[in-house]
Design a protein around this ligand. Structure first.
Ligand code: NAP
Length: 487
Protein backbone atom coordinates (compact mmCIF):
# COMPACT_ATOMS: atom_id res chain seq x y z
CA UNK A 1 0.00 0.00 0.00
CA UNK A 2 1.53 3.36 -0.97
CA UNK A 3 1.82 6.35 1.37
CA UNK A 4 -0.45 8.34 -0.95
CA UNK A 5 -3.20 5.71 -0.69
CA UNK A 6 -2.85 5.81 3.09
CA UNK A 7 -3.03 9.61 3.17
CA UNK A 8 -6.00 9.57 0.84
CA UNK A 9 -7.98 7.28 3.12
CA UNK A 10 -6.99 9.23 6.24
CA UNK A 11 -8.16 12.37 4.44
CA UNK A 12 -11.69 10.97 4.19
CA UNK A 13 -12.11 10.89 8.00
CA UNK A 14 -13.92 13.73 9.79
CA UNK A 15 -11.61 14.13 12.79
CA UNK A 16 -14.41 15.66 14.88
CA UNK A 17 -17.28 14.80 17.18
CA UNK A 18 -20.54 13.77 15.53
CA UNK A 19 -23.39 15.35 17.48
CA UNK A 20 -26.98 16.00 16.34
CA UNK A 21 -25.99 15.18 12.77
CA UNK A 22 -23.20 17.78 12.65
CA UNK A 23 -19.43 17.42 12.75
CA UNK A 24 -17.96 19.72 15.37
CA UNK A 25 -14.72 20.37 17.23
CA UNK A 26 -14.31 19.48 20.88
CA UNK A 27 -14.67 22.26 23.44
CA UNK A 28 -11.52 24.39 23.37
CA UNK A 29 -10.36 22.63 20.17
CA UNK A 30 -8.72 19.83 22.16
CA UNK A 31 -7.45 16.85 20.13
CA UNK A 32 -6.06 13.38 20.71
CA UNK A 33 -3.47 11.66 18.53
CA UNK A 34 -4.10 8.31 16.80
CA UNK A 35 -0.98 6.21 16.33
CA UNK A 36 0.09 3.59 13.79
CA UNK A 37 1.06 0.61 16.01
CA UNK A 38 3.42 -0.78 13.39
CA UNK A 39 5.66 2.30 13.54
CA UNK A 40 4.56 4.32 16.57
CA UNK A 41 4.06 7.34 14.26
CA UNK A 42 1.09 9.70 14.61
CA UNK A 43 -1.52 9.17 11.89
CA UNK A 44 -4.02 11.93 12.60
CA UNK A 45 -5.45 14.00 15.45
CA UNK A 46 -9.16 13.75 16.29
CA UNK A 47 -11.39 15.70 18.68
CA UNK A 48 -10.90 15.05 22.39
CA UNK A 49 -14.32 15.61 23.99
CA UNK A 50 -14.93 17.38 27.29
CA UNK A 51 -17.67 16.69 29.84
CA UNK A 52 -19.81 19.39 28.17
CA UNK A 53 -19.33 17.74 24.75
CA UNK A 54 -20.45 14.40 26.19
CA UNK A 55 -23.54 16.03 27.64
CA UNK A 56 -24.32 17.69 24.29
CA UNK A 57 -24.22 14.25 22.65
CA UNK A 58 -26.69 12.84 25.17
CA UNK A 59 -28.92 15.94 24.77
CA UNK A 60 -29.05 15.20 21.02
CA UNK A 61 -29.89 11.52 21.58
CA UNK A 62 -32.65 12.41 24.04
CA UNK A 63 -34.11 15.05 21.70
CA UNK A 64 -34.27 12.58 18.80
CA UNK A 65 -35.71 9.63 20.78
CA UNK A 66 -39.49 10.09 20.45
CA UNK A 67 -39.55 10.80 16.74
CA UNK A 68 -37.15 7.95 16.06
CA UNK A 69 -39.22 5.49 18.10
CA UNK A 70 -42.25 6.48 15.98
CA UNK A 71 -40.40 5.94 12.65
CA UNK A 72 -41.82 2.92 10.81
CA UNK A 73 -39.79 -0.25 11.35
CA UNK A 74 -39.42 -0.72 7.60
CA UNK A 75 -37.76 2.72 7.31
CA UNK A 76 -35.38 1.89 10.16
CA UNK A 77 -34.54 -1.43 8.54
CA UNK A 78 -33.92 0.16 5.16
CA UNK A 79 -31.43 2.65 6.60
CA UNK A 80 -29.49 -0.30 8.02
CA UNK A 81 -29.69 -2.15 4.72
CA UNK A 82 -28.36 0.90 2.82
CA UNK A 83 -25.53 1.29 5.33
CA UNK A 84 -24.69 -2.42 4.85
CA UNK A 85 -24.44 -1.84 1.12
CA UNK A 86 -22.26 1.26 1.43
CA UNK A 87 -19.89 -0.51 3.83
CA UNK A 88 -19.63 -3.44 1.43
CA UNK A 89 -18.84 -1.13 -1.52
CA UNK A 90 -16.16 0.69 0.49
CA UNK A 91 -14.54 -2.37 2.05
CA UNK A 92 -11.08 -1.66 0.62
CA UNK A 93 -10.84 1.87 2.03
CA UNK A 94 -12.41 0.94 5.36
CA UNK A 95 -10.02 -2.01 5.71
CA UNK A 96 -7.00 0.19 5.08
CA UNK A 97 -8.22 2.70 7.66
CA UNK A 98 -8.74 -0.06 10.22
CA UNK A 99 -5.32 -1.59 9.59
CA UNK A 100 -3.66 1.80 9.96
CA UNK A 101 -5.19 2.50 13.37
CA UNK A 102 -5.28 -1.03 14.81
CA UNK A 103 -2.45 -2.95 13.09
CA UNK A 104 -4.15 -6.15 11.94
CA UNK A 105 -3.37 -7.36 8.39
CA UNK A 106 -5.61 -5.98 5.62
CA UNK A 107 -7.11 -9.42 5.04
CA UNK A 108 -8.28 -9.55 8.65
CA UNK A 109 -9.61 -5.99 8.51
CA UNK A 110 -11.65 -7.01 5.46
CA UNK A 111 -13.11 -9.96 7.31
CA UNK A 112 -13.98 -7.75 10.27
CA UNK A 113 -15.73 -5.32 7.92
CA UNK A 114 -17.75 -8.16 6.37
CA UNK A 115 -18.63 -9.39 9.88
CA UNK A 116 -19.46 -5.86 11.07
CA UNK A 117 -21.72 -5.06 8.11
CA UNK A 118 -23.58 -8.37 8.47
CA UNK A 119 -24.96 -7.09 11.78
CA UNK A 120 -26.62 -4.27 9.83
CA UNK A 121 -28.05 -6.70 7.27
CA UNK A 122 -29.27 -9.04 10.01
CA UNK A 123 -30.90 -6.30 12.10
CA UNK A 124 -32.39 -4.66 8.98
CA UNK A 125 -34.33 -7.92 8.73
CA UNK A 126 -35.14 -8.01 12.47
CA UNK A 127 -36.54 -4.45 12.55
CA UNK A 128 -39.77 -5.59 10.92
CA UNK A 129 -40.17 -8.67 13.12
CA UNK A 130 -40.63 -6.98 16.51
CA UNK A 131 -43.81 -8.52 17.85
CA UNK A 132 -45.85 -8.95 21.01
CA UNK A 133 -48.39 -11.58 22.15
CA UNK A 134 -52.10 -11.83 22.78
CA UNK A 135 -53.53 -14.54 24.98
CA UNK A 136 -56.45 -15.45 27.20
CA UNK A 137 -55.83 -15.42 30.96
CA UNK A 138 -56.00 -18.95 32.44
CA UNK A 139 -59.34 -18.18 34.16
CA UNK A 140 -60.78 -16.80 30.90
CA UNK A 141 -61.81 -13.52 32.50
CA UNK A 142 -59.30 -11.16 30.85
CA UNK A 143 -57.01 -10.88 27.88
CA UNK A 144 -53.23 -10.51 28.17
CA UNK A 145 -51.51 -8.27 25.65
CA UNK A 146 -47.75 -7.74 25.47
CA UNK A 147 -46.00 -5.20 23.30
CA UNK A 148 -42.36 -4.30 22.70
CA UNK A 149 -41.10 -0.74 22.84
CA UNK A 150 -37.63 0.77 22.49
CA UNK A 151 -35.69 1.06 25.74
CA UNK A 152 -34.72 4.67 25.02
CA UNK A 153 -31.41 6.54 24.74
CA UNK A 154 -28.38 4.21 25.01
CA UNK A 155 -24.70 4.70 25.78
CA UNK A 156 -22.35 2.34 23.90
CA UNK A 157 -18.71 1.99 24.91
CA UNK A 158 -16.51 -0.13 22.62
CA UNK A 159 -12.93 -1.50 22.68
CA UNK A 160 -10.04 -1.16 20.22
CA UNK A 161 -9.67 -4.78 19.13
CA UNK A 162 -12.59 -4.85 16.65
CA UNK A 163 -13.03 -1.11 15.97
CA UNK A 164 -16.08 -1.51 13.74
CA UNK A 165 -17.78 -4.82 14.59
CA UNK A 166 -18.01 -4.12 18.33
CA UNK A 167 -19.93 -0.99 17.32
CA UNK A 168 -22.26 -2.46 14.69
CA UNK A 169 -23.28 -5.29 17.07
CA UNK A 170 -24.80 -2.59 19.29
CA UNK A 171 -25.77 0.11 16.76
CA UNK A 172 -27.59 -2.34 14.44
CA UNK A 173 -30.11 -3.66 16.99
CA UNK A 174 -30.54 -0.22 18.59
CA UNK A 175 -31.47 1.34 15.23
CA UNK A 176 -33.76 -1.59 14.46
CA UNK A 177 -35.49 -1.30 17.85
CA UNK A 178 -35.96 2.49 17.63
CA UNK A 179 -33.39 3.61 20.23
CA UNK A 180 -31.10 6.63 19.91
CA UNK A 181 -27.50 6.47 21.08
CA UNK A 182 -24.18 7.98 22.09
CA UNK A 183 -21.22 5.86 20.98
CA UNK A 184 -17.76 6.15 22.51
CA UNK A 185 -15.13 4.17 20.61
CA UNK A 186 -11.75 3.32 22.16
CA UNK A 187 -9.35 6.27 22.06
CA UNK A 188 -6.69 4.06 20.41
CA UNK A 189 -8.94 3.31 17.40
CA UNK A 190 -11.63 5.96 16.82
CA UNK A 191 -11.28 6.25 13.03
CA UNK A 192 -13.42 3.28 11.93
CA UNK A 193 -16.31 4.52 14.08
CA UNK A 194 -16.04 8.06 12.66
CA UNK A 195 -16.15 6.57 9.14
CA UNK A 196 -19.19 4.51 10.15
CA UNK A 197 -21.03 7.61 11.43
CA UNK A 198 -20.53 9.22 8.02
CA UNK A 199 -21.91 6.12 6.30
CA UNK A 200 -24.99 5.99 8.51
CA UNK A 201 -25.70 9.67 7.84
CA UNK A 202 -25.35 8.99 4.10
CA UNK A 203 -27.73 6.03 4.47
CA UNK A 204 -30.37 8.44 5.81
CA UNK A 205 -30.15 8.08 9.59
CA UNK A 206 -31.91 11.14 11.05
CA UNK A 207 -29.91 13.71 13.00
CA UNK A 208 -29.33 12.90 16.65
CA UNK A 209 -30.10 9.16 16.42
CA UNK A 210 -26.38 8.33 16.47
CA UNK A 211 -23.83 10.57 18.19
CA UNK A 212 -20.12 9.76 18.39
CA UNK A 213 -17.80 11.10 21.06
CA UNK A 214 -14.05 10.48 21.12
CA UNK A 215 -12.15 11.37 24.27
CA UNK A 216 -9.13 10.69 26.42
CA UNK A 217 -10.94 11.93 29.56
CA UNK A 218 -12.90 8.71 29.37
CA UNK A 219 -14.16 8.14 32.91
CA UNK A 220 -14.73 11.84 33.48
CA UNK A 221 -16.87 12.20 30.33
CA UNK A 222 -18.73 8.87 30.61
CA UNK A 223 -19.70 8.85 34.28
CA UNK A 224 -22.06 11.87 34.17
CA UNK A 225 -23.81 10.30 31.17
CA UNK A 226 -24.23 6.97 32.98
CA UNK A 227 -25.63 8.80 36.01
CA UNK A 228 -27.91 11.04 33.90
CA UNK A 229 -31.55 10.01 34.53
CA UNK A 230 -32.39 10.47 30.83
CA UNK A 231 -30.11 7.58 29.82
CA UNK A 232 -31.94 4.22 29.81
CA UNK A 233 -29.31 1.71 28.77
CA UNK A 234 -25.56 1.11 28.98
CA UNK A 235 -23.91 -1.43 26.71
CA UNK A 236 -20.21 -2.02 27.17
CA UNK A 237 -17.58 -4.20 25.51
CA UNK A 238 -14.19 -4.19 27.16
CA UNK A 239 -12.27 -5.43 30.17
CA UNK A 240 -13.93 -7.03 33.18
CA UNK A 241 -12.25 -4.52 35.46
CA UNK A 242 -13.79 -1.47 33.74
CA UNK A 243 -17.10 -3.32 33.24
CA UNK A 244 -17.39 -3.96 36.97
CA UNK A 245 -17.08 -0.26 37.80
CA UNK A 246 -19.58 0.70 35.08
CA UNK A 247 -22.13 -1.76 36.53
CA UNK A 248 -21.75 0.05 39.86
CA UNK A 249 -22.30 3.43 38.19
CA UNK A 250 -25.39 2.14 36.34
CA UNK A 251 -27.00 1.05 39.61
CA UNK A 252 -27.88 4.67 40.34
CA UNK A 253 -30.26 5.02 37.38
CA UNK A 254 -31.23 1.29 37.42
CA UNK A 255 -30.15 1.14 33.78
CA UNK A 256 -30.64 -1.79 31.47
CA UNK A 257 -27.07 -3.09 31.17
CA UNK A 258 -25.26 -5.40 28.74
CA UNK A 259 -21.67 -6.39 29.43
CA UNK A 260 -19.35 -8.13 26.95
CA UNK A 261 -16.21 -8.58 29.02
CA UNK A 262 -12.93 -10.49 29.09
CA UNK A 263 -12.34 -14.15 28.35
CA UNK A 264 -9.99 -17.04 29.12
CA UNK A 265 -11.15 -19.59 26.55
CA UNK A 266 -10.15 -23.24 26.97
CA UNK A 267 -9.39 -25.20 23.78
CA UNK A 268 -9.84 -28.92 24.46
CA UNK A 269 -8.25 -31.57 22.26
CA UNK A 270 -9.38 -35.12 23.10
CA UNK A 271 -7.46 -38.26 22.17
CA UNK A 272 -10.10 -39.11 19.52
CA UNK A 273 -9.82 -35.68 17.80
CA UNK A 274 -8.93 -35.27 14.14
CA UNK A 275 -5.54 -33.64 14.73
CA UNK A 276 -5.49 -31.89 11.34
CA UNK A 277 -8.77 -30.19 12.19
CA UNK A 278 -7.63 -29.42 15.74
CA UNK A 279 -4.45 -27.69 14.50
CA UNK A 280 -6.41 -25.76 11.88
CA UNK A 281 -8.96 -24.76 14.56
CA UNK A 282 -6.16 -23.79 16.95
CA UNK A 283 -4.68 -21.42 14.38
CA UNK A 284 -8.02 -19.67 14.02
CA UNK A 285 -8.91 -19.66 17.70
CA UNK A 286 -5.49 -18.29 18.62
CA UNK A 287 -4.39 -16.12 15.74
CA UNK A 288 -7.58 -14.34 14.62
CA UNK A 289 -6.89 -10.67 15.33
CA UNK A 290 -3.28 -11.47 16.39
CA UNK A 291 -4.68 -13.10 19.53
CA UNK A 292 -6.25 -9.78 20.59
CA UNK A 293 -9.77 -11.20 20.84
CA UNK A 294 -11.99 -11.95 23.82
CA UNK A 295 -12.73 -15.25 22.06
CA UNK A 296 -9.02 -16.13 21.65
CA UNK A 297 -8.07 -19.56 22.98
CA UNK A 298 -6.10 -18.77 26.13
CA UNK A 299 -5.41 -22.31 27.38
CA UNK A 300 -4.84 -25.35 25.14
CA UNK A 301 -5.89 -28.36 27.21
CA UNK A 302 -4.71 -31.42 25.31
CA UNK A 303 -4.93 -35.16 26.07
CA UNK A 304 -1.49 -36.38 27.13
CA UNK A 305 -1.39 -39.04 24.39
CA UNK A 306 -1.68 -36.46 21.56
CA UNK A 307 -0.07 -33.43 23.22
CA UNK A 308 3.35 -33.86 21.61
CA UNK A 309 2.02 -34.35 18.07
CA UNK A 310 -0.48 -31.48 18.43
CA UNK A 311 2.15 -29.15 19.95
CA UNK A 312 4.76 -29.82 17.28
CA UNK A 313 2.38 -29.40 14.36
CA UNK A 314 0.79 -26.28 15.86
CA UNK A 315 4.22 -24.74 16.57
CA UNK A 316 5.38 -25.44 12.98
CA UNK A 317 2.38 -23.56 11.59
CA UNK A 318 2.80 -20.69 14.05
CA UNK A 319 6.52 -20.37 13.20
CA UNK A 320 5.72 -20.17 9.46
CA UNK A 321 3.50 -17.07 9.77
CA UNK A 322 4.92 -13.88 8.28
CA UNK A 323 5.12 -10.87 10.58
CA UNK A 324 5.06 -7.24 9.46
CA UNK A 325 3.11 -4.07 8.90
CA UNK A 326 -0.51 -5.03 8.23
CA UNK A 327 -0.67 -2.97 5.04
CA UNK A 328 2.01 -5.07 3.32
CA UNK A 329 1.12 -7.95 0.98
CA UNK A 330 1.39 -11.42 2.47
CA UNK A 331 1.66 -10.26 6.10
CA UNK A 332 -0.24 -12.59 8.44
CA UNK A 333 0.68 -11.17 11.85
CA UNK A 334 0.66 -7.43 12.56
CA UNK A 335 1.84 -5.56 15.65
CA UNK A 336 0.03 -5.53 18.98
CA UNK A 337 -1.98 -2.37 19.51
CA UNK A 338 0.39 -0.51 21.83
CA UNK A 339 3.62 -0.85 23.81
CA UNK A 340 1.70 -1.59 27.03
CA UNK A 341 -0.07 -4.54 25.40
CA UNK A 342 3.18 -5.93 23.94
CA UNK A 343 4.93 -5.58 27.31
CA UNK A 344 2.09 -7.36 29.12
CA UNK A 345 2.28 -10.30 26.71
CA UNK A 346 6.07 -10.47 27.14
CA UNK A 347 5.69 -10.37 30.92
CA UNK A 348 3.22 -13.29 30.91
CA UNK A 349 5.53 -15.40 28.72
CA UNK A 350 8.60 -14.56 30.85
CA UNK A 351 6.68 -15.52 33.98
CA UNK A 352 5.68 -18.91 32.49
CA UNK A 353 9.21 -19.63 31.24
CA UNK A 354 10.75 -18.66 34.60
CA UNK A 355 8.39 -21.20 36.23
CA UNK A 356 9.44 -24.03 33.89
CA UNK A 357 7.53 -23.64 30.57
CA UNK A 358 9.41 -24.29 27.31
CA UNK A 359 8.92 -22.27 24.10
CA UNK A 360 8.49 -24.48 21.00
CA UNK A 361 8.53 -21.30 18.92
CA UNK A 362 8.67 -17.57 19.68
CA UNK A 363 9.00 -16.39 23.27
CA UNK A 364 10.63 -12.97 22.92
CA UNK A 365 9.38 -9.57 21.78
CA UNK A 366 10.85 -8.37 18.48
CA UNK A 367 13.28 -5.45 18.58
CA UNK A 368 12.80 -2.36 16.38
CA UNK A 369 9.90 -0.02 15.63
CA UNK A 370 6.30 -1.03 16.33
CA UNK A 371 4.87 -3.37 18.95
CA UNK A 372 5.56 -6.79 17.46
CA UNK A 373 5.42 -10.07 19.37
CA UNK A 374 6.02 -13.32 17.49
CA UNK A 375 3.60 -16.28 17.45
CA UNK A 376 4.58 -18.38 20.46
CA UNK A 377 3.75 -21.92 21.61
CA UNK A 378 4.64 -22.97 25.16
CA UNK A 379 4.67 -26.52 26.56
CA UNK A 380 5.20 -27.92 30.07
CA UNK A 381 3.36 -24.89 31.41
CA UNK A 382 2.97 -25.13 35.20
CA UNK A 383 -0.38 -24.41 36.85
CA UNK A 384 1.17 -21.51 38.70
CA UNK A 385 1.89 -19.58 35.47
CA UNK A 386 -0.08 -16.33 35.39
CA UNK A 387 -1.30 -16.94 31.83
CA UNK A 388 -3.41 -19.85 33.10
CA UNK A 389 -5.71 -17.40 34.90
CA UNK A 390 -5.07 -14.08 33.08
CA UNK A 391 -6.26 -13.06 29.62
CA UNK A 392 -3.17 -13.05 27.34
CA UNK A 393 -4.54 -10.92 24.45
CA UNK A 394 -1.63 -11.77 22.18
CA UNK A 395 -0.28 -14.53 19.89
CA UNK A 396 0.78 -16.89 22.70
CA UNK A 397 -0.51 -20.46 23.06
CA UNK A 398 0.23 -22.30 26.33
CA UNK A 399 -0.36 -26.07 26.27
CA UNK A 400 -1.52 -27.97 29.37
CA UNK A 401 -2.24 -31.73 29.45
CA UNK A 402 -4.98 -33.94 30.93
CA UNK A 403 -5.59 -37.64 31.34
CA UNK A 404 -9.39 -38.05 31.32
CA UNK A 405 -12.58 -36.18 30.36
CA UNK A 406 -13.52 -35.20 33.92
CA UNK A 407 -10.12 -33.67 34.49
CA UNK A 408 -10.33 -31.80 31.15
CA UNK A 409 -13.70 -30.31 32.08
CA UNK A 410 -12.51 -29.37 35.56
CA UNK A 411 -9.52 -27.59 34.06
CA UNK A 412 -11.67 -25.86 31.41
CA UNK A 413 -14.12 -24.49 33.97
CA UNK A 414 -11.43 -23.50 36.47
CA UNK A 415 -11.53 -19.79 35.61
CA UNK A 416 -13.54 -16.76 36.65
CA UNK A 417 -14.41 -16.21 32.96
CA UNK A 418 -17.09 -17.93 30.89
CA UNK A 419 -17.22 -16.50 27.39
CA UNK A 420 -16.38 -19.30 24.97
CA UNK A 421 -14.80 -22.77 24.86
CA UNK A 422 -13.65 -24.97 21.98
CA UNK A 423 -13.58 -28.76 21.94
CA UNK A 424 -12.24 -31.17 19.33
CA UNK A 425 -13.50 -34.75 19.37
CA UNK A 426 -14.96 -37.15 16.82
CA UNK A 427 -17.19 -38.79 19.41
CA UNK A 428 -20.53 -36.98 19.35
CA UNK A 429 -21.72 -38.47 22.63
CA UNK A 430 -18.65 -36.93 24.21
CA UNK A 431 -19.28 -33.64 22.39
CA UNK A 432 -22.77 -33.45 23.93
CA UNK A 433 -21.45 -34.22 27.44
CA UNK A 434 -18.77 -31.58 26.99
CA UNK A 435 -20.87 -28.70 25.66
CA UNK A 436 -23.47 -29.30 28.35
CA UNK A 437 -20.83 -29.25 31.11
CA UNK A 438 -18.87 -26.18 29.99
CA UNK A 439 -19.64 -22.98 31.95
CA UNK A 440 -19.46 -20.66 28.93
CA UNK A 441 -21.96 -18.66 26.89
CA UNK A 442 -20.65 -20.16 23.64
CA UNK A 443 -19.02 -23.43 22.56
CA UNK A 444 -17.31 -24.33 19.29
CA UNK A 445 -17.30 -28.06 18.55
CA UNK A 446 -14.64 -28.97 15.98
CA UNK A 447 -14.42 -25.33 14.96
CA UNK A 448 -12.08 -22.56 16.07
CA UNK A 449 -14.39 -19.62 15.47
CA UNK A 450 -17.95 -19.09 16.72
CA UNK A 451 -18.76 -15.44 15.92
CA UNK A 452 -21.80 -15.16 13.67
CA UNK A 453 -24.26 -12.24 13.43
CA UNK A 454 -27.17 -14.70 13.34
CA UNK A 455 -26.12 -16.29 16.67
CA UNK A 456 -26.30 -14.90 20.24
CA UNK A 457 -22.80 -13.80 21.28
CA UNK A 458 -22.11 -13.37 24.99
CA UNK A 459 -20.72 -14.76 28.18
CA UNK A 460 -21.35 -16.01 31.71
CA UNK A 461 -19.57 -15.39 35.01
CA UNK A 462 -16.97 -12.56 34.81
CA UNK A 463 -17.32 -12.49 31.01
CA UNK A 464 -20.56 -10.56 31.46
CA UNK A 465 -24.23 -10.83 30.56
CA UNK A 466 -26.50 -9.94 27.68
CA UNK A 467 -26.34 -11.24 24.10
CA UNK A 468 -25.40 -9.55 20.83
CA UNK A 469 -26.59 -10.88 17.47
CA UNK A 470 -29.17 -13.55 16.74
CA UNK A 471 -32.84 -13.05 17.55
CA UNK A 472 -31.75 -12.37 21.14
CA UNK A 473 -29.70 -9.30 20.16
CA UNK A 474 -32.63 -6.94 19.59
CA UNK A 475 -34.28 -7.89 22.91
CA UNK A 476 -31.50 -6.00 24.71
CA UNK A 477 -32.94 -2.78 23.22
CA UNK A 478 -36.62 -3.51 23.84
CA UNK A 479 -38.87 -3.23 26.88
CA UNK A 480 -41.80 -5.61 27.22
CA UNK A 481 -45.02 -3.90 28.26
CA UNK A 482 -48.00 -5.96 29.45
CA UNK A 483 -51.57 -4.68 29.18
CA UNK A 484 -54.38 -6.48 31.01
CA UNK A 485 -57.66 -6.16 29.07
CA UNK A 486 -60.94 -6.75 30.86
CA UNK A 487 -64.27 -6.98 29.10
P1 NAP B 1 -10.99 -1.42 28.29
O1 NAP B 1 -9.74 -0.81 28.74
O2 NAP B 1 -11.95 -1.91 29.29
O3 NAP B 1 -11.66 -0.33 27.33
C1 NAP B 1 -12.87 -0.58 26.66
C2 NAP B 1 -13.60 0.73 26.45
O4 NAP B 1 -13.93 1.25 27.73
C3 NAP B 1 -12.78 1.80 25.75
O5 NAP B 1 -13.61 2.57 24.93
C4 NAP B 1 -12.26 2.61 26.90
O6 NAP B 1 -11.96 3.94 26.57
C5 NAP B 1 -13.45 2.57 27.82
N1 NAP B 1 -13.13 2.88 29.21
C6 NAP B 1 -11.97 2.70 29.87
N2 NAP B 1 -12.08 3.16 31.14
C7 NAP B 1 -13.34 3.64 31.28
C8 NAP B 1 -14.06 4.25 32.35
N3 NAP B 1 -13.51 4.44 33.54
N4 NAP B 1 -15.34 4.63 32.14
C9 NAP B 1 -15.93 4.44 30.93
N5 NAP B 1 -15.29 3.87 29.88
C10 NAP B 1 -14.02 3.46 30.05
O7 NAP B 1 -10.75 -2.66 27.32
P2 NAP B 1 -9.81 -2.73 26.04
O8 NAP B 1 -8.42 -2.91 26.49
O9 NAP B 1 -10.11 -1.62 25.10
O10 NAP B 1 -10.36 -4.04 25.34
C11 NAP B 1 -9.91 -5.27 25.64
C12 NAP B 1 -10.86 -6.02 26.55
O11 NAP B 1 -12.15 -6.09 25.91
C13 NAP B 1 -10.46 -7.44 26.77
O12 NAP B 1 -10.62 -7.79 28.11
C14 NAP B 1 -11.43 -8.22 25.89
O13 NAP B 1 -11.64 -9.55 26.29
C15 NAP B 1 -12.65 -7.41 25.98
N6 NAP B 1 -13.55 -7.69 24.85
C16 NAP B 1 -14.68 -8.40 25.08
C17 NAP B 1 -15.52 -8.72 24.03
C18 NAP B 1 -16.78 -9.51 24.27
O14 NAP B 1 -17.64 -9.49 23.40
N7 NAP B 1 -16.93 -10.20 25.39
C19 NAP B 1 -15.21 -8.31 22.73
C20 NAP B 1 -14.04 -7.59 22.52
C21 NAP B 1 -13.22 -7.28 23.60
P3 NAP B 1 -10.44 4.39 26.27
O15 NAP B 1 -10.07 3.74 25.02
O16 NAP B 1 -10.52 5.86 26.14
O17 NAP B 1 -9.62 3.93 27.43
Amino acid sequence: MSASEENKVLGTVHPQLFIAGEWRDAEGGRTLGVEDPSTGANLIDVADASVADGKAALDAAVAAQDEWAATPPRDRGEILRRAYEIITERTDDLALLMTLEMGKPIKESKSEIAYASEFFRWFAEEAVRIAGRYSTAPNGATRLLTLKQPVGPCLMITPWNFPMAMGTRKIGPAIAAGCTMVVKPASLTPLSMLALADILAEAGLPKGVLNVVTTTSTGEVMEPLIRDPRLRKLTFTGSTEVGRSLIEQSAEGILRVSMELGGNAPFLVFDDADIDKAVEGAMLAKMRNIGEACTAANRFIVHESVAEEFGTRFADKMAALSIGRGTEDGVEVGPLVEAKQRDKVAELVDDAVAKGARALTGGEALAGDGYFYPPTVLTQVPDTARLRTEEIFGPVAPIFTFTDEDEALRMANDTEYGLVAYAFTQDYARAIRVYEALDTGMVGINQGIVSNPAAPFGGMKSSGFGREGGTEGIEEYLETKYVGLAF
